[in-house]
Ligand binder design. Sequence first.
Ligand code: TTP
Ligand code: MG
Ligand code: MG
Length: 370
Amino acid sequence: MTFHGNSRTVLAVDLDYFFAQCEQLRRADIKDKPVVVCVYSGRSKDSGVVSTCNYIARNFGVRSGIPITQAKKILSGNQAAVFLPIDREYYESISERIMAILRTHSTLWEQVSIDEAYLDLTPEANGDLDLAKEIGYKIKIEILEKENLTCSVGIGPNKLIAKMAADSVKPNGLTIVSSEMVRPFLDPMPVAKLVGIGPRTEQKLNELNIKRIGDLARHDENALIAEFGNNLGPHLKHFAMGIDEDPVQQRTTGQFSRIVTLKRNTSSLAFEVELNSLCKDISQKLETRGLRCKSVGIIAISSDLRTKNRSKTLDAPIFTAEEIEETAKGLFRSFFEEGETLVRRIGVKVSEFTTFERFKNDSVLTDFLA
Ligand code: TTP
Ligand code: MG
Ligand code: MG
């Protein structure tokens, strides 16, 4: 059923000044001010770094990763400037809703960070870039209407080009780079713009008189191998040529966990409300990412701050809050039966993921559903 040959159509989405934009959502009064989201280290009043900032602050020269003190200096003449502490949980809840929207536009998708995802639109667009552009536009409108946030979208023949297209016009961009336009698009860019090239590689390349991505694409592969080794050398050249075979694929490794502090220490299962809410959170997270889990674990942190873990591997993958809660309850019950432990914080952890697609073909589960 492949009418599109070997060529793919990949779409990348990246939310604009994400954490700062989230803050602006709940504070109408800061919309037109420089907004800087800070990771305070707590060592002294302003020690720490800038997480991100809105484009108004960027116009003054504030950037992700600079010290908060430096950002304050840059904006010292600006009375309106707002400095806010990072609130990751709040941004994550918004991110989860956005990822759920994205997932409705393609069966093949991959979340790469809190504000970034790829969709493989090859079957949907069938080689028609105008159609892909229309989907990109729809996605932007839907995120704006439902969540009031702007994002930048890039479309290209692979993940690398889609990502670089999205980054090339920000904020609120929609950029399409066809296969024919890949080289003209990349060639004039400074090498530092190529995904994966950090300051050290940039410096080495500059020493070889490789300044632009086009220079790198044309450079002798053996010379690159001599300088960067058998892996990185060819990889750099391929990337510079716009070649990237990496499939759009939701990763299935890792784990999620959520922990809460109980109102009262307890040595029995007297925290059903808290447990229910933890399991709902986890289930939502799984669902947003199109994952099912085959292992559920509990975390019990005692009043003397010792952490204990128990987990169970299931016969078939699950994802609903009810199923996770039932397993977690069973684990907590036997945990308390083991002995008198006074618990102060509790958590639930899920791991051993399978994707939605595999889940659908999973014979164990098909039997279960039938
Ligand atoms: P990015 O997508 O890199 O940046 P951004 O969304 O703030 O801005 P842009 O419009 O250029 O996409 O990162 C997403 C979030 O990750 C960002 O809002 C804050 C966080 N982040 C950090 O905490 N530290 C960092 O150094 C960077 C780059 C991002
Ligand atoms: Mg972003
Ligand atoms: Mg990003």
